[in-house]
Design a protein around this ligand. Structure first.
Ligand code: AP5
Length: 192
């Protein structure tokens, strides 16, 4: 198993690229954002509790996403590895993931960080707002808050992973296929 974090600020293309990478390399794509939106869509108690946090662009509690991920890891079979998208988002989530993987004789093999200019992030998210119906895309102030939360709570994971020798920055500007080719190059080296 080869396990990757796909990392970057809101709008950097994590979801878009994860779908393509998961298909090409037979990886299980685990997106905590998608899992939480599925809870909201299903009208569960958890979804109801998380929806107001997400619509403000704040992070949901660590224990909620850690439990979701553990459940998915144990329910996944016949994949070459895991692609974690939008998780971990705090240093506490990162150490919980490492522990979870270690207990199952796995590790985080690489952190692929999509680097995208601030104005391009905002442009992409505003462009998506009408189509996605996501409340956190609709208000420019919420988009800015998501980016600030990323810088404050999520970016510190980069140093944590740099110290472990698994940090890999990737240029996330340009068209989707070119970025996919760059990411595929790094993934190919690790799976072979
Ligand atoms: P989450 O769903 O993870 O959202 P996000 O990080 O804000 O990321 P996005 O989905 O907005 O962007 P992306 O980087 O995936 O880019 P995408 O490919 O979609 O999280 C949502 C919320 O859930 C969080 O705010 C938090 O409340 C909660 N949450 C989730 N995980 C959590 C966790 N672990 N802990 C705590 N809370 C958590 O692309 C964006 C748009 O750009 C798309 O329209 C796409 O088509 C377009 N696009 C992509 N690439 C390009 C390109 N190269 N050129 C032009 N357009 C492009």
């Amino acid at each position: 198993m080869v396990n990757f974090l796909i990392f970057g600020p809101p709008g950097s293309g994590k979801g878009t690229q994860s779908v393509k990478l998961a298909e090409k390399f037979n990886l299980a794509h685990l997106s905590t954002g998608d899992m939480l939106r599925a809870e909201i869509a299903a009208g569960t108690e958890l979804g109801k509790k998380m929806s107001s946090i997400m619509s403000k662009g704040e992070l949901v509690p660590d224990e909620v996403v850690i439990e979701m991920i553990a459940h998915k890891i144990d329910g996944t079979k016949d994949r070459a590895g895991f692609l974690f998208d939008g998780f971990p988002r705090t240093v506490a989530q990162t150490s919980a993931l490492e522990k979870m993987l270690n207990e199952r004789n796995m590790k985080i093999d690489s952190m692929l960080v999509l680097e995208v200019d601030h104005d391009e992030l905002v442009k992409r998210l505003i462009a998506r707002a009408d189509l996605s119906g996501r409340p956190d895309d609709k208000d420019p102030a919420v988009i800015e808050n998501r980016i600030d939360v990323y810088k404050d709570k999520t970016e510190p994971i980069i140093n944590y992973c740099r110290e472990r020798g698994i940090y890999q920055p990737v240029n996330g500007m340009g068209n989707i296929d070119d970025i996919f080719a760059r990411l595929s190059g790094y993934v190919t080296k690790l799976v072979n």
